[in-house]
Design a protein around this ligand. Structure first.
Ligand SMILES: [Zn+2]
Length: 83
């Protein structure tokens, strides 16, 4: 039983080591961080864009890079957003 507890403690501490560096909240100010970087999608397109891309003239919906990828958006070939 004590060995199980030790293994469990190790698992939990490992989990924390892995989980902690990932910021949980999406802060628009932290655009330098690739994990929280904001990109823009359009209402109809399936690409995500950098701010100022010409494809954003019709609609411009801010979304985090992570969410954009999770929703299946791919990087625009015109403005080359980060991937
Ligand atoms: Zn673009």
């Amino acid at each position: 039983m004590r060995r199980l507890l030790a293994a469990l403690t190790l698992c939990i501490s490992l989990l924390f080591t892995v989980a902690l560096p990932i910021p949980a909240q999406q802060d628009k100010a932290a655009q330098q961080d690739p994990k929280t970087q904001t990109v823009y999608v359009t209402r109809t397109g399936k690409k995500y864009h950098r701010d100022g891309c010409r494809y954003l003239s019709l609609s411009k919906i801010p979304i985090s890079l992570k969410d954009a990828k999770a929703k299946g958006y791919t990087a625009c070939k015109v403005c080359h957003p980060p991937d």
